[in-house]
Design a protein around this ligand. Structure first.
Ligand SMILES: *Cc1c(COP(=O)(O)O)cnc(C)c1O
Length: 354
């Protein structure tokens, strides 16, 4: 450790991303990437990029991509912010809206990045436990002791909160900002908080191109909210990294968001795979939480999660296991791959549990 590291950085517990193996022989089901490539329009957009233009800075306002997202979501462009993945946007949001010493509230089982952003910003964290079945009880959040961050569908559980229940939380906290992380909403569009944007000024939605759009290898995300919230995000962005999206990302994101048919087709394929995979798991003695996303969160009736994890890994299959919190340490999160991937996983699991 350098003697120049600041005490607060030395104390920081950073986020641990899922393993990204350097060899490709794994069936990779540990970070919820799409098993399908992005839209063919993305390839066309990359081919059409003028290589000489890379000497020029990109558009700092990212107007083209923001327009495309606004058109796809049926909202005006001043309600759209784009960033280098939703992780970056969540970081900007924590900086823009929360002051050192403020309290931020989220469930005990949720996306592991929220406590990290909270620590970076010097916030107090209040975690509210999900119920025994990992469902979220909205009334736990009424009159919350701070601003609220919710992933919906939640990760790593995959469980979605219906928008009417989310609305109850918004209504019960008019003076709190509610950040809804919709990384997986493309897999259950009926659960999006998008219609509530027109009614509540305390709602900020974040989205990503990393999951359903098959673009985790680019870094593209967006936030939707009332124009005042978007200007605050821009204030942080222009204080930090004005050109936060490069020319390639802008072109690729714009092409991807325009191809709604392709998005629908790939999402439908993933959901169809999930639909046959879940009963296979249940037949093998796994309990499977009801998933509204492109992954399932499972626990075996008798075998330890770590044992199954190791056996899968020996057989070239990577899934995700979480040490914390304790209550999920025996669960595994398995991303949904192609039919072929999941047939292979099913066969291996059968040999492990037999
Ligand atoms: C994957 C994921 C993200 C991160 O998305 P990026 O846009 O790739 O940064 C954010 N939130 C949740 C809940 C996720 O699962």
């Amino acid at each position: 450790m350098s003697r120049f590291i600041s005490p607060s950085t030395a104390a920081l517990k950073p986020y641990t991303p899922g393993e990204q193996p350097r060899v490709t022989q794994y069936i990779k089901l540990n970070t919820n990437e799409s098993p399908y490539p992005p839209s063919p329009r993305v390839r066309e957009a990359i081919d059409a990029l003028a290589y000489e233009d890379l000497r020029l800075y990109p558009d700092p306002d990212v107007t083209g991509l923001r327009d495309a997202i606004a058109a796809a979501r049926g909202i005006s462009q001043e309600r759209v912010f784009v960033g280098g993945g939703s992780d970056e946007i969540l970081g900007y949001a924590f900086m823009a809206f929360f002051e050192r010493g403020d309290t931020v509230v989220f469930p005990d089982v949720t996306y592991g990045f929220y406590p990290v952003h909270a620590q970076v910003c010097g916030l107090e964290v209040r975690t509210l436990p999900l119920r025994g079945d990992f469902s979220l009880e909205p009334s736990d959040y009424y009159g919350a002791p701070g601003h609220i961050v919710l992933a919906n569908p939640n990760a790593p559980t995959g469980i979605a909160l219906p928008p009417a229940r989310l609305e109850d939380i918004l209504r019960a906290n008019p003076d709190r900002l509610i950040i809804v992380d919709e990384a997986y909403t493309d897999f259950s569009p009926q659960n999006t908080a998008r219609p509530l944007l027109d009614l509540y000024d305390n709602l900020l939605i974040t989205r990503t191109f990393s999951k359903a759009y098959g673009l985790a290898g680019m870094r593209i995300g967006c936030a939707l909210g009332e124009p005042g919230l978007i200007s605050a995000l821009n204030c942080v962005k222009y204080a930090f990294n004005p050109y936060n999206l490069d020319r390639v990302s802008i072109a690729v994101g714009t092409a991807a968001v325009s191809d709604t048919d392709y998005l629908q087709r790939t999402v439908d394929m993933i959901l169809a795979t999930r639909d046959w995979f879940v009963p296979e798991l249940e037949a093998m003695g796994f309990s499977v939480l009801p998933s509204a996303a492109n992954f399932v969160f499972v626990r075996h009736a008798t075998l330890k999660g770590a044992y199954i994890y190791d056996k899968l890994r020996e057989n070239g299959i990577l899934v995700r296991i979480f040490a914390y919190p304790e209550r999920i340490s025996d669960h595994l999160r398995v991303s949904i791959g192609t039919d072929g991937d999941m047939r292979r996983v099913t066969d291996i699991l059968k040999s492990i549990v037999k």
